[in-house]
Write a protein that binds this ligand. Structure first.
Ligand code: G6P
Length: 610
């Protein structure tokens, strides 16, 4: 996720762009840049770091103003967050500048082909191929050249492009990533999101997929990729700026819960190939090493540890490799038995959690192979690991992890299937079926989000309940743990996540009328066992909430006080869908209790102390 802005009009564009970038900083903040066109001159200034760093660089460079400019704030998905990799990117001639939000899936093929044709690349980004593709169309109008580039590039793209031979013009394009136009008096704005220009105009045109647009100071024209002009639908925004930054949601956490279908699609993008093969090209670890591994350890903290729990089941089931999981702060002090044939996977959203880093360093000292799974490109975890797999959730502002958790689950499922593929422990047909099911997850999560009114209503009734249990077995166990953690973190309610079969060994003594017991029963091979355990909770007077898959709701009609139905998915993949109603439940209980869900007390998003 990145933020792009563009401006054509009578004001000095630089300040409009910088203000817009500040408003989009929630979309990414690891590097930033601007390109300004003044007559036939193109000036590009960019910097690693925050937008404040870019402002300093711009002040030092004193670029000419002109009437046209584009800007970018980056959340790296491809290439470290360095000044060289910051956008805008330019072509060989220095006459084209491009800012991009999204992922060019076929960048590697395009780059080799462009190099073969004599283009010179200077960054590690996927975006730079777009600048060179547009350069290839130098004899076309800019809008035609960008349309051709869109046809060649696969994946998600929101673009803003300038070219010195058309100095009064920005060309935008969109497929998959958001893009909106703001219509002012003799000035026009372009951005990833409305807050970037809401202080200037409330008149907005939302751009659809596979459209290329011409932006001038007099307005906008929209074309499809074949150059056929499209109608322009204008609407007026009623929100205030603060609400607009949260996409109209009351909190960042709720916005991030609703971003999960997109975040999961981004995490899957380009990582599966035709015929149901997993293609983790960026892992850059010789397959020979993965074939040699005889034991796996997965270490993490907090919510990431719950992704590790799911990973254990997935790796053991799909690869038959013995897999241990550890809370990172426990790992290195228990003297685990590691050697050169051990694979250690560290999962950390931030990639900066000190306990996870210490665990990974310990593993490296034992000569084990380390894979980092992180949401932040070039984080400490990414740099210190032998190989890295990025979740591509975009920045998460709410302290409680939501979209970063579901993307961790998906990343670990990809990694588990990849190990099975490389080691030949699953037949390609079964991997293909699971790949197709992974691809279906964004839509299914979208469907689960429709349970929100039900979860909100439940939250109203449970807002004053003091004790919750969340129970599950197998893949449903980490979901139960995460459901309980969400409720503790943001609603300050005592909630225990427990293995459903273990309740009878003690905690069942706490179950009595007034206690809510949430059972997650989606994993088909243990569902009946979980239902029996839930009967035991009901017999002690607990209020029973069941999360089950479509087609199994009849099995719980006599048991449950509340039934939440989610779409069917294969075992373990349904962790991704099953956790969503529990996020919503915690969220709405917290808001019923009047709490600040984005900044819960006593917590920090990133914990860099032991
Ligand atoms: C903090 C956050 C949690 C997070 C944990 C691990 O406690 O509040 O939401 O799960 O750190 O963070 P990491 O960045 O390593 O995934």
């Amino acid at each position: 996720m990145c933020g792009i802005v563009g401006y054509v009009g009578p004001r000095p564009p630089l300040q409009v762009l910088i203000d817009g970038l500040h408003r989009l900083e929630y979309r990414g903040y690891d590097s930033a840049g601007v390109a300004l066109v003044d007559g036939s001159r193109l000036s590009v200034v960019k910097r690693a770091g925050r937008i404040a760093d870019l402002e300093e660089a711009v002040a030092a460079a004193e670029p000419p103003e002109g009437r046209v400019g584009v800007g970018h704030t980056r959340w790296a998905t491809h290439g470290a967050p360095t000044t060289l990799n910051a956008h805008p990117h330019t072509d060989c001639t220095g006459t084209v500048a491009v800012v991009h939000n999204g992922i060019v899936e076929n960048w590697a093929e395009l780059k080799s082909e462009l190099i073969r044709r004599g283009h010179r690349f200077i960054s590690d980004t996927d975006t730079e191929v777009i600048a060179h593709l547009v350069e290839e169309g130098s004899d076309l109008s800019l809008v035609e050249a960008v349309a051709e580039a869109m046809k060649a590039a696969e994946g998600a793209l929101a673009l803003a492009v300038v070219r010195t031979d058309q100095p009064g013009l920005i060309v935008g394009a969109r497929r998959g990533s958001p893009l909106v136009v703001g219509l002012g008096e003799s000035e026009t704005f372009l951005a990833s999101d409305i807050p970037a220009f809401l202080s200037h105009t409330r008149r907005v045109v939302v751009i659809e997929d596979d459209r290329v647009i011409e932006i001038r100071d007099g307005g906008v024209r929209i074309f499809d990729l074949d150059g056929v002009e499209q109608p322009l639908v204008e609407k007026v925004i009623e929100w205030d700026l603060a609400a607009a930054e949260r996409g109209g949601y009351p909190t960042f956490m709720l916005k991030e819960i609703h971003e999960q279908p997109q975040a999961i699609a981004d995490t899957l993008r380009g990582r599966t190939a035709d015929g149901g093969v997993i293609a983790l090209r960026e892992l850059e670890l010789p397959e020979q090493i993965l074939r040699m591994v005889d034991k796996v350890f997965v270490v993490a903290c907090g919510t990431s540890y719950h992704a590790a729990m799911m990973a254990k089941y997935a790796i053991e089931r799909w690869t038959r490799l013995p897999t241990e999981i550890d809370i990172a702060s426990e790992f290195r002090y228990r003297d685990p038995v590691l050697d050169g044939r051990s694979l250690v996977i560290g999962i950390s959203q931030s990639g900066e959690t000190i306990d996870t880093l210490a665990a990974v360093r310990y593993a490296k000292a034992q000569r084990s192979t380390v894979i980092g799974v992180s949401n932040v490109v070039d984080s400490a975890l990414a740099r210190e690991s032998d190989a890295v797999l990025y979740t591509r959730a975009g920045p998460e502002i709410g302290v409680a992890a939501t979209k970063t958790f579901t993307t961790q689950l998906v990343a670990m499922q990809l990694l588990g299937l990849y190990l099975a593929q490389v080691r030949g422990t699953m037949d390609p047909g079964t991997i293909g079926l699971l790949v197709a099911e992974l691809q279906a997850l964004p839509d299914k999560v979208g469907k689960v989000l429709q349970t929100e009114p039900q979860m909100e209503d439940m939250a109203r009734r449970f807002a004053q309940v003091r004790d919750f249990f969340f129970l599950g077995r197998s893949g449903d166990f980490p979901v139960a743990m995460e459901g309980a953690l969400k409720l503790k973190e943001i609603a300050y309610v005592r909630a225990e996540g427990y293995a459903a079969g273990e309740m009878k060994h003690g905690p069942i003594a706490l179950v009595e009328p007034g206690v809510v017991v949430v059972g997650v029963a989606t994993d088909s091979h243990v569902r009946q066992k979980t239902l029996s355990n839930m009967e035991e909770m009901k017999a002690r007077g607990g209020t029973i909430v069941m999360v089950v898959e479509e087609g199994t709701e009849d099995e719980v009609s006599g048991l449950a006080d509340e039934v939440v139905v989610i779409p069917q998915s294969p075992d373990l993949l349904c962790t991704v869908t099953a956790v969503v109603p529990l996020q919503l439940l915690a969220y709405h209980i917290a808001t019923q209790r009047g709490l600040d869900v984005d900044k819960p007390r006593n917590l920090a998003k990133t914990v860099t102390v032991e």
